[in-house]
Design a protein around this ligand. Structure first.
Ligand code: NAD
Length: 252
């Protein structure tokens, strides 16, 4: 039977384990008939990902802090799989000591690192992916409400997410000539490895859940559902946007 994403090849970047938002996206896309390829940051994360995806052929190394690694990853993907229909970019990083206390205490290096991995990496990925993406194609990234509001301890990552959302708009403008759409999902807080870097993340997760319309946090599968929509042809009119998938937390 024909499904929403039948015949679509999607690259998933940032699946570390079964709690990862990238993994929720992968599940929603598999359910809808997509063929998936995954990138992992390093050997340690490859081992972790192999517990979820047994077909090692479909796993490609990509450390977004290095241009050579991104170039190599896209060369490998092109060689093995040919052209692709979409990319999910679910990658961010900041040092633990930057995700605590007053933002005045952030360091120049810590600020730059958060920007590099969490915001610039979308541009770097887009740059190397252009030749590999079909026309039409779709890129989806993951952001958080800390880009718009001053969330406790989120600090440099909030600033990086603001930059990421701006990158989405500029990339959407400039990739349109290649038939590539670019959008972001502003996801509600979910307990993943990345969140545990934020000081008092337990409190952040508790308050976020409390502020949903029904008292239940969004699931990674629900976030994945919107990602599946955004890489599908149902969303061809959605360009350069940030869509909340947070069970209404941003309303209150
Ligand atoms: P996660 O820890 O499961 O995923 C983060 C991923 O980033 C990991 O797979 C890690 O390997 C990857 N990564 C970090 N540095 C990298 C590098 N140099 N090269 C390649 N990959 C690198 O956590 P997650 O919460 O699923 O995070 C995915 C995305 O969702 C992030 O952008 C995060 O900011 C965003 N997000 C998370 C939440 C939340 O509450 N968890 C909410 C909104 C948005």
């Amino acid at each position: 039977v024909e499904k929403l994403l039948s015949g679509k090849k999607i690259l998933i970047m940032g699946a570390a384990n079964k709690r990862s938002i990238a993994w929720g996206c992968a599940q929603a896309m598999l359910d809808n008939g997509a063929e998936l390829i995954f990138t992992y940051q390093n050997e340690r994360l490859k081992k972790s990902l192999l517990r979820l995806v047994s077909n090692e052929e479909r796993l490609v190394e990509c450390d977004v802090s290095k241009d050579e690694s991104i170039a190599q990853a896209f060369a490998t993907i092109s060689e093995k799989f040919g052209k692709i229909d979409g990319i999910v970019h679910a990658i961010a990083f900041a040092k633990k000591d930057e995700l605590a206390g007053d933002i005045m205490n952030s360091s120049r290096e810590g600020y730059a690192l958060a920007q590099d991995i969490s915001a610039y990496s979308l541009i770097a990925v887009a740059k190397y992916a252009i030749k590999l993406l079909k026309n039409p194609a779709s890129i989806v990234t993951l952001t958080y409400f800390g880009s718009e509001r001053a969330i406790p301890n989120y600090n440099v990552m909030g600033v990086a997410k603001a930059a990421l959302e701006a990158n989405v708009r500029y990339l959407a403008r400039d990739m349109a000539k290649y038939g590539v759409r670019v959008n972001a999902i502003s996801a509600g807080a979910v307990k993943t490895l990345a969140v545990t870097g934020v000081k008092d993340h337990g409190e952040l997760l508790r308050i976020s859940e409390e502020r949903t319309v029904d008292g239940k946090s969004v699931t990674t599968k629900e976030i994945g559902g919107t990602a599946a929509f955004l890489v599908s042809d149902l969303s061809t009119g959605v360009v350069g946007d940030t869509i909340y998938v947070d069970k209404g937390v941003h309303l209150i």
